[in-house]
Design a protein around this ligand. Structure first.
Ligand SMILES: [Zn+2]
Length: 174
């Protein structure tokens, strides 16, 4: 069987029925968000990192049917937004952070950092869901390892970014 790269399984999915109820401004924001997430996750350096991590953790990539970057956020019943999900069909679904949250973040950090936040969040979500394949319901272990791997990757890539630690903190605070 031919080995299919994880990067070739990543795509952006817009569910048509979900477009309803969003304003033009929101639609524009989420489309841009999905584009950033897609570029981030298919980036060759990040893909190499993912390959290395999966090898190291002994995660079989055949378990993953595809990775879907969903353009619109999903709200869980408890009101919290969901970052990602790995379902029984072997699909990893990645959801965006809400526009309102990103707007607030712009007031706290500069725009460039919010951009960076979106990238790191997309990477963290994919790493997190991949780790769930191996550690299934062990949420603590998955969280701890996600943080560890993200720190390794961002240290390597963005050592000059002063906000990296701050963003990791925002991302991983409970
Ligand atoms: Zn989890």
């Amino acid at each position: 069987m031919q080995k299919q790269k994880l990067s070739s399984k990543i795509r952006v999915t817009v569910l048509p029925q979900r477009f309803e109820g969003f304003s033009e401004k929101q639609a524009k924001f989420y489309t841009k968000y999905a584009t950033i997430a897609f570029k981030t996750l298919t980036n060759p350096l990040f893909q190499r990192f993912i390959d290395w991590m999966m090898l190291r953790e002994n995660i079989d990539e055949h378990t993953v049917t595809n990775v879907q970057i969903r353009a619109f956020p999903l709200r869980k019943e408890n009101g919290n937004g969901l970052a990602g999900r790995f379902n029984k069909k072997g699909e990893i679904l990645i959801y965006p952070k809400r526009l309102e949250f990103c707007r607030k973040l712009v007031q706290e950090l500069e725009k460039e950092s919010v951009y960076f936040y979106i990238k790191v969040r997309a990477m963290a979500t994919l790493v997190h869901e991949l780790l769930h394949i191996k550690y299934s319901c062990d949420e603590d272990k998955v969280r701890q390892l996600t943080r560890k791997y993200l720190s390794i990757f961002t240290r390597h890539r963005n050592s000059q970014n002063m906000n990296t630690q701050r963003i990791l903190k925002i991302l991983f605070s409970p």
